[in-house]
Design a protein around this ligand. Structure first.
Ligand code: FES
Length: 178
């Protein structure tokens, strides 16, 4: 599984420091889940499930983080993540939009943000636009409650989202591809 490890490293290198700072809190949330499970290797599925809830999908950095924390070979973590259909390793669209529906975001109207995006893209959560340009997902707390409601656009967390703002963002993606 050397190639998987190499691919993960390459992808990690591509991420900008700015992006990493913004998403760090999600890793903190993930660490809390791992700690609650006492770093048990047999809690892998449960931990991956929580990770997917936080990130929307299981990106390579997340899988490698889980592997490190549980002291499991990365190949094992990939094996489990690819075996179960409930796990998604990447959004199938060119762009990804993850709307947080955690409590703090929900009370600040993230459901309205989600509805507006669904209406604009004419898709529902878990779907990708027919042109393959945008995938829409939800998460349960991104660890950015202070800037609720939060949405992650292509891996970058954006806070205090209004439906109109979020729609403008996804509209730009749709226009740029034309
Ligand atoms: S509930 Fe949305 S970031 Fe915490």
């Amino acid at each position: 599984m050397q190639s998987i490890a190499t691919e993960t490293k390459n992808r990690e290198a591509k991420s900008t420091d700015h992006k990493k700072t913004q998403v760090d809190k999600r890793f903190k949330t993930l660490d809390i889940t791992i700690k609650r499970n006492h770093y048990r290797q047999d809690a892998l599925i449960e931990i991956l499930h929580k990770a997917q809830e936080s990130f929307g999908y299981l990106e390579p950095e997340v899988l490698s983080h889980v592997a490190k924390q549980l002291k499991l070979p990365l190949s094992r973590v990939y094996g489990v993540a690819t075996f179960y259909q409930l796990f998604s390793l990447k959004p199938s669209g060119v762009h990804s939009c993850v709307v947080c529906l955690g409590t703090a975001c929900y009370v600040k109207g993230s459901d309205r943000v989600l509805t507006a995006i669904e209406k604009e893209l004419k898709i529902h959560v878990g779907e990708t636009t027919p042109d393959g340009n945008v995938s829409l997902m939800t998460a349960r707390c991104l660890g950015a409650c202070g800037i609720a409601p939060a949405v992650v656009f292509d891996g970058a967390v954006a806070g205090k989202q209004e439906p109109e703002m979020a729609v403008i963002k996804v509209k730009t993606w749709q226009e740029d591809k034309e």
